[in-house]
Design a protein around this ligand. Structure first.
Ligand SMILES: Cc1cc2nc3c(=O)[nH]c(=O)nc-3n(C[C@H](O)[C@H](O)[C@H](O)COP(=O)(O)O)c2cc1C
Length: 316
């Protein structure tokens, strides 16, 4: 059983220290651990060649036109049975380079439903995508109050749901403004060690059998976050997993009733991913008959101002 820790903060920064503490906790239970630091790797953004000709998707990551460390990261993630991602909070969210790396090679490119469909069509897919994988998130901010870390944990979930990492635990640390300051936060260190043990205990279990062990249960019973989309009615939606529920107010307390059948449609589940694949098929199906109208309409925009080039790209 392999547990991979992905550090996306500074070298020996607060998020990396907590990640190491979590890995130490997991190691005590006998799992093999490895750690990768995102900032040590050269990973460039996806150039979005085209989804249906993308060499990463259609052939293999190492066939991508961009030659960098992204295929190495892909292999490491595909090999692991457990994944802990630790991230600092940069202006309310995890750092952009972390999101960029997952946009490069994961998201729809690692979506289990898309991959099952490709396999049915005879495409040679990386079978490791389908293996049971559990995970946890560590988010670290320097602020005193949680309203400055509001999108840290929710956005970390968006990195892993396409390839069905069953999230067993998550933690948000505050007041870690200075480099290394977290070593003085005994509560955060012991919480991280516990998180590592939770991951180690769940590794190898199938997705449906993984039980959430986080201390912060959250409003949403599926992703355990508190981020809601509120419209003009009492129907609300979890911004992370898309589950719909009804908001209820009793005195000064707010509850959300998320029916069981709605929870099953969470985008964290295979059923939720399947619903989205269907939705995309409908969007593309509606577009297909009008595809021929697009090229003449594009001309206007092709002819409009050419984007400026930075000095480094101008030939002398
Ligand atoms: C560009 C930038 C933006 C930041 N924005 C926030 C923020 O919105 N909320 C917060 O709590 N901390 C913020 N911080 C503080 C970091 O989250 C904090 O210092 C964290 O411990 C850094 O993690 P690291 O030591 O693992 O790199 C920010 C730091 C930087 C460099």
């Amino acid at each position: 059983m392999k547990l991979l820790g992905l550090s996306s903060g500074r070298r020996m920064g607060n998020s990396e220290i907590l990640l190491k503490e979590a890995l130490m906790g997991a190691e005590e239970l006998g799992v093999e651990v490895e750690i990768l630091r995102l900032l040590d790797m050269d990973i460039q953004p996806c150039k979005l060649c085209a989804m249906n000709t993308c060499p990463w998707v259609m052939k293999a990551p190492e066939k991508c036109i961009i030659k960098d460390d992204a295929p190495f990261l892909w292999d490491k993630i595909m090999e692991c049975d457990g994944l802990i991602i630790s991230a600092p909070v940069y202006t309310l969210t995890p750092p952009g380079h972390l999101k960029m790396v997952f946009d490069r090679g994961f998201g729809p490119k690692a979506d289990v439903v898309f991959k099952k469909m490709e396999k049915e069509q005879g495409v040679d897919v990386d079978e490791r995508i389908f293996k049971s994988r559990v995970g946890a998130f560590i988010s670290v901010g320097g602020a005193k109050y949680p309203n400055w870390v509001s999108l840290g944990l929710p956005i970390l979930h968006t990195l892993t749901f396409s390839f069905q990492v069953a999230i067993v635990d998550q933690m948000q640390v505050l007041r870690a403004a200075d480099e290394g300051a977290v070593v003085l936060d005994e509560a955060a260190l012991s919480r991280a060690r516990k998180l590592g043990r939770h991951v180690a205990e769940a590794m190898g279990k199938p997705f449906e059998e993984v039980e959430y062990k986080g201390e912060e249960t959250g409003t949403c019973p599926v992703c355990h976050n508190n981020l809601l989309i509120v419209g003009k009615e009492t129907l609300v939606e979890c911004a992370v997993c898309g589950v719909k529920g009804t908001i209820k107010v009793e005195g000064n307390k707010v509850f959300v009733d998320f029916p069981e059948e709605e929870q099953k449609k969470s985008r964290l589940t295979e059923e939720g991913l399947r619903i989205h694949v269907q939705e995309i098929a409908e969007v593309r199906g509606a577009y297909a008959p009008r595809r021929h109208e697009v090229p003449p309409k594009l001309e206007k925009y092709e002819k409009y101002k050419t984007p400026l080039k930075p000095p480094s790209k101008i030939k002398q």
